[in-house]
Design a protein around this ligand. Structure first.
Ligand SMILES: [Zn+2]
Length: 74
């Protein structure tokens, strides 16, 4: 019998996914949990968004031409 994953575990997998690919079982467990849990679905959206923004930011930084002279804007 498949045991329902706890929200805490689902969140842990979402976070882990940003650092390393999940195993098939982990992905399946997370997917099943997200199908049943609105809170985690919202949370997953935030994680995905953050991850995408992070990647875009890396690209943005590495593609930025030298025009600021190393000035830092806080
Ligand atoms: Zn949940």
């Amino acid at each position: 019998m498949f045991k329902m994953m706890m929200c805490k575990e689902a969140t842990r997998l979402m976070s882990k996914r940003l650092d390393a690919p999940l195993s098939f079982q982990e992905k399946l467990s997370l997917k099943l949990h997200l199908a049943m849990c609105d809170a985690c679905t919202e949370c997953n959206k935030q994680f995905t968004l953050l991850h995408e923004v992070g990647h875009r930011f890396e690209v943005f930084v590495s593609d930025t031409p030298d025009n600021g002279g190393g000035a830092h804007n806080e």
